[in-house]
Design a protein. Sequence first.
Length: 329
Amino acid sequence: MDPTPVTIKLSHIHCYDEADGIGSAEPYLWTVFFKIDGDTAHVNAQLTLQGTATVVTTPGNHGNLPGGVDDGEVVTIPPALGEFTTLLTPMHIEGRSETLPGVVGCIVVLMEQDATPDAAVAHGHVALNTAVEDALNALIPTLNFLHTGPTEAEIKAMTDKVGQQVADAISDGVSLWDWLTVVGDMDDKIGTAVFHVSQSDIIQALLNGIPIEQTWNNNGSWKMVGRIHAVIDALDITCIDKPSGNAQAHRIMQVGGLYNGQPWRLGTDDVIRWIQAGIQFYVSGADGSRSQVQYYQHWTSNANPTGQYIATVPDGSKADNLLSLPRIA
């Protein structure tokens, strides 16, 4: 397994019910991204994971999301809060040729602003960052080759520990006078969530990626959505599926290849959609040539109602044409 460029993107939050009574909600978001991979961790001869996690924090507290949110509105998460791109590296196993896939993820805390002082919230944010790093580093030596990822119970224990430390930090940062002044109207926690996925799962998901979705029915009703995906600019096609018989059906139906050692398959319509989205596809010939694949418009038929098909860009070589490739096994 080679290093895999990966992006986590938390795109937006749906507000179905802001539950703030009179006035609009003022949500804000804490995000902490992390990875456990070959950059800072490895598996020792006893098959136990050793090392530390990579933790990436994000800025902002009160006001880091667009405010004045009412029922039915959608809040776009700014890239500074919701996007993290990294190179996920497999972990070396001492004395072996095998590697262990890396893990990448994020911890999210969605809050609703009331009257907690800015300084207390900032203190809680710092505590969250520290607690995440401490919890992950404590988790690492509990993982071994036969236990390649944290269980749901371990994730819950880690989340509970992080959440408690954040709550304690906010309480410690609020003076008695602050509490009396705001009559206990402190910021509300809408919810927390932990997302994590292995490098192998990201590779298998290919271009579609792995969706992120979290619903909270606390202090209203909210749903956050996003995606974790490999950063892929181009794919090499090495095999095709093309029916024989009636000329009307002579359209390539499916193509395939390898990405980071894993086989992939895509239908022609999906290939066209990804080409339109900016992904490039290529065919390499035995003569050393390499031709880009494009989509074209042909006549329509029952087998191809859109009339669209894929073919390599003419380059003078027949060795890198799609039709020169072997059939999908």
